[in-house]
Design a binder for this molecule. Structure first.
Ligand code: SF4
Ligand code: F3S
Ligand code: FES
Length: 251
């Protein structure tokens, strides 16, 4: 069964813009992205929207629907009443390129800053061995599709552009945690890197990132909190403290 829905879509660029009203046909089983595509095909040929897979796996179609961060291709029209106005706006946490497309360069810059996986010396690729339990622990973090909904939602950077330089954000805390928990990663300073260079301390565990993750990654409980505990353990570990003090005395 079809009906006409009332949509309000943000149109503009980084110089400014406005919400524009549209009436668009909706068919049974459709998702927000279907409606945006129909709008583009029939009424607004120059509407910019980023998407690729339409299967919740490429992470491209992130936007805010009625103010909530969502993947447009996984957001069913049946979750909205037929007479409800559906408002679609670009991710608020990043600068707008055009219409629903945002510039997510910030995320790639933060990704580049993380030192790569460092394999142990003397072990060739193909000779790596690790316990299944360690594989499973990091598997959760590998599900990330880089939709950046968590990065968009975290209030530390969403409301404070000035924090972005020091704050890497939840997506990159899970990358740091994954490497920190990796038994074959030869760097032992991942937690310190998160504290000193990624702004881990700025996260006050509001869990908003976890709430919006379409892959249901337990970002806060399984990555951020364990990383915070490691930082504290290492800083206040009496054995480490004694070791460091003795070393210093020798110097
Ligand atoms: Fe998206 Fe989840 Fe990855 Fe964040 S952690 S970028 S919300 S998939
Ligand atoms: Fe932000 Fe997630 Fe921490 S929303 S404050 S990174 S728990
Ligand atoms: Fe790929 Fe939506 S189009 S996640």
């Amino acid at each position: 069964m079809s009906y006409d829905a009332h949509f309000r879509v943000w149109r503009g660029d980084d110089d400014g813009g406005e919400l524009v009203d549209y009436t668009v046909e909706v068919n049974e089983g459709e998702v927000i992205l279907d409606i945006i595509h129909r709008l583009q095909a029939t009424q607004a040929g120059d509407l910019a929207v980023r998407w690729n897979c339409k299967a919740g796996k490429c992470g491209s179609c992130s936007a805010e629907v009625n103010g909530k961060p969502r993947l447009m291709c996984m957001n069913r029209m049946s979750t909205y009443a037929e007479d409800e106005t559906v408002t679609v706006t670009p991710l608020r946490g990043f600068p707008v390129t055009k219409d629903l497309v945002t510039n997510v360069t910030y995320n790639y810059e933060k990704a580049r800053q993380i030192p790569a996986f460092a394999p142990p010396a003397g072990v060739a690729p193909g000779e790596y061995r690790m316990q299944q339990i360690d594989v499973e622990r990091s598997q959760e973090f590998r599900k990330c599709i880089e939709c950046f909904l968590c990065q968009n939602t975290c209030h530390v950077s969403r409301d404070h552009e000035e924090n972005k330089e020091a704050f890497a954000g939840p997506r990159f805390f899970i990358r740091a945690a994954e490497l920190d928990m990796h038994p074959l990663d030869a760097r032992d300073d991942r937690a310190n890197f998160a504290r000193d260079s990624q702004g881990l301390g700025m996260c006050n565990i509001t869990k908003c990132c976890t709430d919006v993750c379409p892959e249901h990654i337990k970002i806060t409980d399984n990555a951020i909190i364990p990383m915070k505990e490691r930082v504290v353990d290492r800083k206040y570990d009496p054995v480490r403290w004694l070791g460091k003090t003795i070393t210093r005395r020798k110097d």
